[in-house]
Design a protein around this ligand. Structure first.
Ligand SMILES: Nc1nc2c(ncn2[C@@H]2O[C@H](COP(=O)(O)OP(=O)(O)OP(=O)(O)O)[C@@H](O)[C@H]2O)c(=O)[nH]1
Ligand SMILES: [K+]
Ligand SMILES: [Mg+2]
Length: 399
């Protein structure tokens, strides 16, 4: 029997099995079996390189966003609207066959937007171009799940299940479970929170399914069996997702209103250009991108090109900021001066751990700033003319 048939069989057995205290252990075991099978499915087939299918697009800009959705929901129309890059759009399904990149210019940042072929139920198991599409989604900082607002809302569930089946977790944070394999010593099971979904016996059973007999497991939250399996499997990708309901122009107000109130959702119409600005703002907020402007000593801040950071990717502390400017900067760091919403007063003196906020201005003062060498190195990233904007008021020239 092939892997896909075995997956189907286990899914059927899980559907047949009633959920109660008596079946809890059996269900847990089935879940672990299913996760293991799905992992084998994800391993690339022997001899397949995955190259040359038109899906490899170089990362560009400060963040990457993937358009995921059923065929003909308007993904390509949206790409064209937001980036100006033309991606073929038509009334028939599977118009788009590869990955088409465009760039959104928003808040002085560049966001790479990727148009992709539509995916359908069974994508995770290789139907259509599902596997390639999902691989691109995995490499993104945000998934825009594009849905046809006038169609069945079950599409959202189906797509979520497809993405989950290959280890993507949308709008979830990693489980607070410490897990470490050991060479000897058996299983040590502990928890710092009351557990209502899992107990020691069930945990042992799942570890046994993975042939793990020596390990340390510490639950720091009331986690589920699925979350434990995610931690054991270890290759999960936690990614943010916005649900974008397109084509609201063909719907009644009541339905539009209902959809717009769902969590992490934005309603839009590409053809009538409705709410696209709100979509961009929601993308920005969801990705938690932070722009920080550099200010060399005795000069105006450089507003021409911000350093864009994110809480998810690399963090937003002064240390992370230094890291983006120059490798040696954090090492030579004496103190920082900050203007903006993260500062209590202007300028605020701060250390490497200070968390920066959107549109802050930062000046780094180095220990060796008096030496010619040090000055040259720090200034190197702000060469060229400095554009003066009204934001200069925040950062007086004197400092
Ligand atoms: N009424 C309405 N139609 C739209 C809207 N946006 C796109 N369409 C239409 O929907 C159809 C499909 O649009 P595409 O952009 O090709 O959809 P897609 O998701 O890229 O489709 P595939 O590449 O085939 O997966 C086209 O006929 C578009 O003109 C909208 O906001 N309202
Ligand atoms: K289409
Ligand atoms: Mg398309």
């Amino acid at each position: 029997m092939g892997v896909i048939e075995r997956i189907k069989e286990i899914e059927a057995e899980m559907a047949r099995t009633q959920k109660n205290k008596a079946t809890e252990y059996h269900l847990g075991q089935l879940k672990a079996k299913l996760a293991k099978l799905r992992t084998t499915l994800l391993e690339p087939a022997k001899g397949a390189s995955g190259q040359g299918d038109g899906f490899e697009v170089t990362k560009y800009g400060h963040a990457r966003v993937a358009l995921i959705g059923f065929p003909s929901v308007g993904k390509s129309t949206l790409l064209t609207q937001l980036t100006g890059t033309k991606s073929e759009a038509a009334a028939y399904e599977f118009t788009t066959l590869t990955c088409i990149p465009g760039i959104i210019h928003y808040n002085d940042a560049k966001i790479q937007l990727l148009d992709l072929p539509g995916i359908i139920e069974g994508a995770a198991q290789g139907k259509g171009r599902g596997r390639q599409v999902i691989a691109v989604a995995k490499s993104s900082d945000l998934v825009l799940m594009v849905l046809d607002a006038s169609k069945n809302d079950r599409h959202k569930e189906i797509l979520t299940a497809e993405l989950e089946a290959v280890g993507l977790r949308l709008n979830q944070r990693p489980p607070q479970i410490y897990f470490k394999r050991k060479k000897t010593g058996g299983i040590s099971f502990n928890s710092t929170a009351p557990l209502t979904h899992i107990d020691e016996k069930l945990c042992y059973q799942i570890l046994h399914e993975y042939k793990i007999h020596n390990a340390e497991v510490l639950f720091r939250e009331d986690a589920t069996v699925d979350q434990l399996i995610d931690v054991i499997e270890g290759n999960r990708k936690y990614i943010k997702c916005l649900y974008v309901y397109n084509k609201i122009d063909v719907m009644g107000m009541d339905d539009v209103d209902r959809l717009s109130r769902l969590p992490n959702s934005v309603v839009i119409s590409c053809s009538m250009q409705l709410n696209l600005d709100r979509l961009l703002a929601a993308m920005w907020a969801t990705m938690g991108l932070v722009r920080v402007f550099t200010k060399p000593q005795g000069q105006h801040p450089d507003f021409s090109e911000p350093i864009v950071m994110s809480h998810d990717r690399g963090g937003c502390s002064v240390e992370d900021f230094c890291g983006q400017l120059h490798r040696s900067l954090a090492k030579d760091f004496k103190y920082g001066l900050v203007w903006g919403t993260s500062a209590k007063h202007f300028p605020q003196r701060c250390g490497l751990q200070h968390e920066l906020e959107d549109e802050d201005v930062v000046q780094i003062v180095k220990r060796k700033d008096q030496t010619e060498e040090g000055r040259g190195r720090f200034k190197s990233h702000v060469e060229g003319p400095v554009r003066i904007s009204d934001r200069v008021k925040k950062a007086p020239l004197k400092q």
